[in-house]
Unconditional design. Structure first.
Length: 403
C-alpha cells in the first residue's frame, strides 16, 4: 500500500523550507496534526516522494486551512452490488462491529438475514427488501468513520433512499430508528404488485416533456439527476414506447434494472401503510436534534426547514428526486467540498456534471467498486486535506488500520 506523506507549518515559507529539507531525509512519519498550512500526498518510494515534493515546492501549493462548507452525498438505490461491504467487514474492526450491530437489530425485528446480502457475493442485494437497508447500513458505517475523524458536514443530500441516511447523520433519527423505517419502506415496496419500469434519458426535462406530449406518453418524472440526465418511471408498455421514441430522435436512453417504478404514482398502493408506520415513529422515536447541519430535501431541492413528517415521506416515494437542484442549492449555500458516502462513485459523477462550470470545488467518493476501499478513503481524505478541510489523521489512520 502507498505511504502517506504529510507536512504542516504555520506559514508558506516554513512549509517550503520543510519540504526542501525532506528531500534529503529518509522516510519519515507523517505529521498528523492540524496546522495553518499543510501538504499531503501518497507515494510509492523515495523517488516518487521526492518527485512530488519538488513539484509542490516549484508550485508553492501548500494549502492554507480555511473553513470549507462540506456536503455529504448519500447514494441511492442502483449503486449496490454483491459483496459491496465485504472488504469493509473483513478489514476494518469498527465497520464489522457496526455491520453486526445493524444486521442483528434488523433480524430481531423480522427474523431475516441482512448480513449475507451486505458482505457476500449474493444476488439478494438486488432485492429491494434487502437493497435499501444494505445501502443505508453501509452509509451509516462510513459516516461513523468520517465523523470520528472530525470530518463534519454542514449540509446533507441523500438521493432517494439516501435521504434516510442523511436524516441519521443529521440526527433527525437515531440509527436504529432509521434502520427500522427503511426496512419497513423496502418491505412495502417489495410487496407492492406493480408492473412498471424506469428509463434514464440523456436529455433535459423540457426536451423530454416535448417528446412525451407530442406522442401522448403517460409517464412520471422520477429524477432530475443532471442538466441532461433525467429519469422517467411508469408502466412497462409506456417505458418501451418512450425508449423507441428516444431511439428515433437519436437520444440515448437506457431502461434501468429495477424491481418497481420508483418515484411514480404507481407506488401509491403502499402509501397508507407507510404513512401509518411513519406517523407512529415520528411521535415515539424521532430525536429532532437538528444541531449538526442542514438537509437539502429530494422533493423540493431546497433546505428543509420543517421536520420530515409521515406526509413528507409519502410524497418522497411518488415525487421526483430533484438532485440537480439540490446540488445547486448546496453550492449557493457555500458548499465547496462534496463527499459521496455510498458503495460506488455515482453522485460524484453527477455533481461534476451539474457544477461543470465551477473551478473552486472538490468532489470525492468514499468508495469505488473497482478500487481498494482503504486507498479510496485515504484519497478522499487527502483531497479534502489539501482543500483545507480539518481531518484528524491520527484517528482516521487508526480506524482504517493504516497507522
Amino acid at each position: 500500500m502507498n505511504k502517506l506523506f504529510r507536512l504542516t507549518a504555520s506559514s508558506q515559507t516554513e512549509l517550503t523550507k520543510k519540504l526542501t529539507n525532506s528531500l534529503s531525509e529518509p522516510d519519515r512519519s507523517p505529521e498528523l496534526i492540524s496546522a495553518a498550512y499543510q501538504t499531503s500526498f501518497l507515494y510509492q518510494d523515495r523517488a516518487d516522494r521526492n518527485e512530488k515534493t519538488e513539484r509542490y515546492i516549484s508550485q508553492s501549493t501548500g494549502i492554507k486551512s480555511a473553513k470549507k462548507n462540506i456536503c455529504y452525498l448519500f447514494t441511492g438505490q442502483g449503486s449496490q452490488y454483491p459483496g459491496m461491504g465485504r472488504t469493509l467487514y473483513e478489514t476494518l474492526p469498527q465497520i464489522k462491529r457496526l455491520f453486526d450491530e445493524y444486521t442483528n437489530y434488523l433480524s430481531s425485528l423480522n427474523g431475516k438475514d441482512y448480513l449475507t446480502g451486505l458482505i457476500e457475493d449474493h444476488e439478494q442485494i438486488h432485492q429491494t427488501e434487502f437493497t435499501q437497508p444494505s445501502i443505508v447500513m453501509l452509509q451509516l458505517a462510513l459516516t461513523n468513520i468520517w465523523n470520528e475523524s472530525h470530518v463534519k458536514a454542514d449540509y446533507y443530500i441523500g438521493h432517494s433512499v439516501g435521504e434516510f441516511s442523511a436524516c441519521a447523520a443529521n440526527r433527525v433519527y437515531d440509527e436504529k430508528t432509521t434502520l427500522k423505517i427503511i426496512a419497513k419502506r423496502a418491505q412495502l415496496m417489495q410487496s407492492t404488485p406493480v408492473d412498471g419500469a424506469m428509463i434514464a434519458i440523456a436529455a433535459s426535462e423540457s426536451t423530454i416533456l416535448t417528446l412525451m406530449q407530442s406522442s401522448q406518453i403517460d409517464l412520471d418524472f422520477a429524477a432530475f439527476n443532471a442538466p441532461k440526465q433525467t429519469v422517467l418511471s411508469g408502466s412497462k408498455c409506456e417505458i418501451d414506447r418512450m425508449k423507441s421514441i428516444c431511439s428515433n430522435a437519436n437520444i440515448r436512453a437506457k431502461v434501468l434494472t429495477v424491481s418497481h417504478p420508483f418515484h411514480s404514482r404507481l407506488m401509491t398502493p403502499m402509501l397508507d401503510s407507510f404513512h401509518n408506520y411513519c406517523q407512529a415513529i415520528s411521535h415515539q422515536d424521532s430525536k429532532q436534534q437538528k444541531d449538526s447541519g442542514t438537509i437539502i430535501g429530494n422533493v423540493s431541492g431546497e433546505k428543509l426547514t420543517v421536520p420530515q413528517t409521515a406526509d413528507y415521506w409519502c410524497n418522497h416515494i411518488v415525487q421526483p428526486v430533484k438532485f440537480s437542484q439540490s446540488i445547486q442549492t448546496a453550492y449557493e449555500a457555500g458548499c465547496r467540498v462534496f463527499l459521496e458516502i455510498g458503495p460506488d462513485a455515482v453522485l460524484a459523477q453527477l455533481t461534476k456534471k451539474i457544477l461543470a462550470d465551477k473551478d473552486d470545488i472538490v468532489i470525492v467518493s468514499s468508495m469505488k467498486r473497482s478500487k481498494c476501499v482503504k486507498e479510496t478513503m485515504i484519497d478522499c481524505a487527502l483531497a479534502m486535506d489539501n482543500a483545507g478541510v480539518p481531518i484528524n489523521w491520527e484517528i482516521l489512520s487508526t480506524l482504517l488500520n493504516t497507522s
